[in-house]
Design a protein around this ligand. Structure first.
Ligand code: NAP
Length: 281
């Protein structure tokens, strides 16, 4: 079984972004991302730290805009709108999950369209659904970018996505449809998930359950993309039961070291794109 490692693609994306960031700097523009988090969410903070360090490597600024856990919807809304008006900020990211009663679906309405680098707003989602994506959720784009990087045939391929969240499952399905794959989406109400995954040459699993996808659920030689991130006693693991899948699959993205390695570079690249397209101050 072939391991589809994220690092070679992440490095390629980094090199391309570095060149674009350098030419922006020559024009006096430093790409800037504001990462808004609410409450103490250790997982989210680790992600922000990673964005800060990867961003620095690219000559970018990443602001950690940390709001208290009891921040009201109005406070978060006003913060997003203020950052939307701030000319020096090119990208705004709202970290999820949000605590308490905050309604993510409502808050993302307040992200400025041109700065919605994680493709969270209904405007970005609508463009993707129409088949003319602008900014797409970075995990979803990372998944399709990995498949393309490793020359996995997409046109006409049967692809099953397990999971239908707005961050992973749904946007991956739409991106693969755009690549002319024949797409099936499975979820908790799907009568026979294994039948859907067994009938596919490509399986993307994004459910958030360690060991979910087992060898007997896939067909021989299938390409498996594992988007899961689960905390297990032995560390971070994906949604794939690697022991049983390894003897059946043709290729697999590892966790860690697969999709996650690419996601950050895609998001930071989107900030550079937003900075390039921003009107001069
Ligand atoms: P989510 O919002 O909880 O969605 C999970 C999806 O899986 C839902 O659509 C759910 O179906 C489906 N599902 C759950 N159990 C299932 C089962 N037994 N059978 C069939 N479908 C099932 O999670 P998410 O945000 O999409 O994240 C999914 C995983 O990806 C998590 O492990 C998360 O940590 C990881 N993730 C990774 C990255 C990255 O950069 N690699 C980024 C984001 C998320 P229903 O809709 O019917 O409930």
């Amino acid at each position: 079984m072939r391991l589809l490692l994220g690092k070679p693609l992440a490095e390629k994306l980094y090199e391309a972004s570095r060149a674009r960031s350098d030419s922006l700097r020559d024009r006096g523009v430093v790409p800037r991302l504001a990462a808004v988090s609410v409450g103490v969410e250790p997982a989210a903070n680790t992600y922000v730290q990673r964005l800060v360090s990867r961003g620095r490597r690219l000559g970018m600024t990443v602001d950690d805009v940390a709001l208290p856990g009891d921040a009201t919807e109005r406070t978060v809304t006003m913060t997003l709108e203020r950052l939307g008006r701030e000319p020096a900020v090119h990208g705004v990211l709202l970290l999820t999950p949000l605590p308490g009663k905050l309604d993510e679906a409502h808050l993302v309405d307040h992200l400025a369209r041109d700065k919605d680098v994680e493709g969270m707003s209904p405007y970005s989602a609508g463009l993707l659904a129409e088949g003319r994506p602008r900014f797409v959720p970075s995990t979803a784009e990372a998944i399709v970018a990995l498949l393309k990087f490793y020359d996995v045939p997409l046109e006409g391929a049967r692809a099953t996505i397990v999971g239908r969240s707005t961050v992973v499952g749904r946007p991956v399905a739409l991106l693969l449809l755009q690549e002319h794959a024949t797409v099936t989406i499975a979820h908790t109400k799907t009568a026979d998930v294994a039948a859907a995954t067994r009938g596919a040459e490509i399986v993307v699993v994004a459910v958030g359950r360690a060991g979910f996808l087992r060898g007997e659920m896939i067909s021989k030689g299938a390409t498996i993309v594992d988007a899961g991130i689960n905390v297990a006693p032995r560390g971070i693991v994906g949604d794939v039961d690697v022991a049983s899948v390894s003897s059946v699959a043709g290729a697999l993205t590892p966790v860690p070291g697969g999709v996650g390695a690419v996601t950050t570079e895609i998001l930071l690249r989107n900030v550079i794109t937003a900075a390039e397209q921003a009107r001069p101050e």
